[in-house]
Design a protein around this ligand. Structure first.
Ligand SMILES: *[C@@H]1O[C@H](CO)[C@@H](O)[C@H](O)[C@H]1NC(C)=O
Ligand SMILES: *[C@@H]1O[C@H](CO)[C@@H](O)[C@H](O)[C@H]1NC(C)=O
Ligand SMILES: *[C@@H]1O[C@H](CO)[C@@H](O)[C@H](O)[C@H]1NC(C)=O
Ligand SMILES: *[C@@H]1O[C@H](CO)[C@@H](O)[C@H](O)[C@H]1NC(C)=O
Ligand SMILES: *[C@@H]1O[C@H](CO)[C@@H](O)[C@H](O)[C@H]1NC(C)=O
Ligand SMILES: *[C@@H]1O[C@H](CO)[C@@H](O)[C@H](O)[C@H]1NC(C)=O
Length: 259
């Protein structure tokens, strides 16, 4: 018979085991999360202007862009002109765990609204229950993504080549999309066909998001989280990394970008 006091003891031991998982505490770790938080705010501030090799990101303007998507039940070949994506600089940091305390840098970023505007020429088809419905359209694009949320985490371990250096490990990120609003307009179509198409895109977009998920993660990881430091991380200590992030944030803040 297991007595209730033994159960309590087991439960407490269980707790100890959980909190005893190794927490990496490189010197300088306590400043990491606040440095990153300044970095993100400073990054947000330069998005309308660009800085060095960071292009203008608020808005992103793309004069011409071609695409060719093939899925089992959907193909689309075409191009988009005068694409404009705005709202990327409106992100909010909902939460961020303190790496110095937890040994895990976790974040929760929210983009309340991202607006896409442009003009598309598309050729393709949608397979609906065996019928290949052709898509051939000239479209005014007016779409908004609501509450695009990125939840992720990563951690640092010692570099494999230099025990004083760092290595980013356990990078994970998931993207959630709460809603899509579409008011695209094909001038060749009547109202009901336009509404039908807008409803279709609403269901296709989350699928597309699933598809690009690994690429988005890859893109952020490669370009933003540890911009140029990634290459050097092996020979960079936590103290040096925190200094780099603070210096970069300061440079961006000093750029004094006023949209
Ligand atoms: C689109 O991609 C498919 C398959 O990759 C290819 O066969 C086709 O030629 C491409 N179309 C255009 C217009 O590039
Ligand atoms: C854009 O795409 C449409 C539809 O596929 C095509 O007819 C047109 O030639 C393309 N325009 C350019 C500049 O490639
Ligand atoms: C709109 O166009 C579609 C496709 O041409 C047609 O089937 C439908 O009857 C039209 N609806 C109205 C209300 O005219
Ligand atoms: C994702 O990346 C892979 C390899 O980099 C590429 O082949 C693929 O086309 C990309 N997919 C999308 C949807 O961008
Ligand atoms: C780290 O430093 C060593 C010795 O200076 C060098 O050989 C190596 O390429 C550096 N590693 C990286 C990733 O820069
Ligand atoms: C290893 O990393 C430390 C910490 O930044 C650095 O000072 C040292 O130069 C690096 N060693 C080599 C061989 O690059």
């Amino acid at each position: 018979m297991v007595s209730s006091s033994q159960l309590l003891l087991l439960a407490l031991l269980g707790l100890t085991a959980v909190s005893a998982t190794p927490v990496v505490q490189q010197a300088g770790s306590e400043q990491f999360t606040s440095a990153v938080s300044h970095f993100l705010q400073a990054f947000k501030s330069i998005m309308p202007c660009g800085y060095g090799d960071v292009p203008v990101l608020a808005p992103i303007v793309s004069p011409f862009y071609e695409f060719n998507v093939t899925r089992e039940d959907f193909t689309a070949v075409g191009n988009v002109t005068n694409m404009r994506i705005q709202g990327l600089d409106s992100f909010q940091v909902l939460s961020a765990s303190d790496y110095g305390k937890t040994g895990e840098a976790a974040y929760d970023l929210l983009f309340p609204k991202i607006q896409l505007l442009g003009f598309a020429e598309v050729d393709g088809f949608i397979n609906m229950g065996g019928f290949k419905l052709p898509i051939r359209q000239n479209d005014v694009i007016n779409e908004a993504l609501f509450d695009l949320r990125m939840v992720g985490s990563y951690s640092f371990a010692n570099s494999l080549t230099n025990s004083s250096g760092l290595r980013m490990v356990d990078f994970k990120q998931t993207i959630y999309l709460a809603g899509v609003e579409l008011d695209n307009w094909n001038t060749l179509w009547n109202i009901s066909t336009n509404n039908f198409w807008n409803r279709w895109i609403k269901t296709l977009l989350p699928l597309a998001l699933e598809e690009i998920q690994p690429n988005v993660t890859n893109f952020l990881y490669q370009n933003f989280l540890v911009p140029k430091v990634n290459d050097l991380l092996a020979n960079v200590s936590m103290v040096e990394l925190v200094n780099f992030i603070q210096t970069q944030a300061q440079l961006w803040a000093n750029a004094n970008c006023k949209p």
